[in-house]
Design a protein around this ligand. Structure first.
Ligand code: ZN
Length: 269
């Protein structure tokens, strides 16, 4: 599952609205929707790989042409807050109203109600999965407790991720405010991700890669992704799928869930 978290300007604005006047910081964030997404869409077209784009609804409103380009290619759009709000800082009422607002905006812009949710910063609250299920969501892609998808007691599917398969830790850097550390060499990141891919392939896992277009839309990193996807495709026996397809599969195939299957292939070396 290839995920693009298109945080754009909310990367800065959710931290501090006053950063709106820090034009270099803002321009780095805008690089994502304006340059990174078109370039990454070109790569996905070229390789014929589907992806899931988690978009804060504020960004969807600011970049209508980007949304049109994502939707017209058949990629999935999932919910990711309005202004990329950290859920831990919200009351249950605020969390519900932001979820309703953001799904309403995405539905109006894309013509489809989102069924997938990725929490900003991956962090959810104790009530989040019930809130998502009550609002008709099919899946959450925010927890990290497994490497195959599973079902919550309320029927919501979880597609777990992990920090190792995230580009922020590898590539993010901003001087002030200080974000990230030193941008990593693509060759080292390729090695990190490919080793995990190969091992996950052997174990029968769900490889969930999470990329931010302002980081992974830079030229050498698009090449890195091209190389990774090409090599993964050549490995064979790989399903490149959107989040909702994975969730529908897990919902309809109880034997694919680890909690009802102690002989799950992902447990066997
Ligand atoms: Zn995000």
């Amino acid at each position: 599952m290839l995920c693009f978290d298109v945080d754009g300007e909310t990367t800065a604005l959710s931290e501090d609205p006053a950063l709106a006047s820090r034009l270099t910081t803002m321009s780095q964030c805008e690089y994502g929707p304006n340059v990174g997404v078109p370039r990454l869409l070109g790569l996905l077209d070229h390789l014929q790989v589907p992806a899931t784009f988690f978009v804060p609804s504020y960004i969807a409103e600011q970049h209508p042409r980007m949304m049109e380009a994502i939707v017209s290619r058949g990629h999935e759009v999932g919910a990711h807050g309005h202004l990329h709000e950290k859920l831990a800082h919200l009351t249950p009422n605020e969390e519900r109203s932001i979820l309703e607002k953001s799904t309403g905006i995405l539905e109006r812009i894309t013509g489809k109600r989102p069924v997938g949710f990725r929490a900003p910063w991956f962090e959810i609250n104790p009530g989040t999965t019930d809130l998502l299920a009550a609002h008709g969501f099919l899946y959450n892609a925010s927890l990290m407790g497994d490497d195959v998808p599973y079902m919550h007691p309320n029927g919501l599917i979880e597609i777990p991720g992990q920090w190792m398969l995230e580009d922020w830790e590898q590539f993010a850097f901003n001087a002030e405010p200080a974000w990230g550390s030193l941008p990593e060499n693509c060759a080292k990141v390729f090695d990190l991700w490919w080793r995990e891919f190969e091992a996950m392939h052997d174990f029968g896992c769900c490889f969930v890669l999470t990329l931010h277009p302002w980081l992974s839309g830079r030229p050498s990193r698009v090449r890195l992704l091209e190389e990774l996807l090409t090599k993964a495709h050549a490995r064979g026996n790989v399903w490149f799928a959107r989040g909702h397809e994975i969730a529908e599969y897990v919902r309809d195939h109880p034997e694919a869930r680890r909690e009802v299957n102690f002989d799950h292939p992902a447990s066997k070396p």
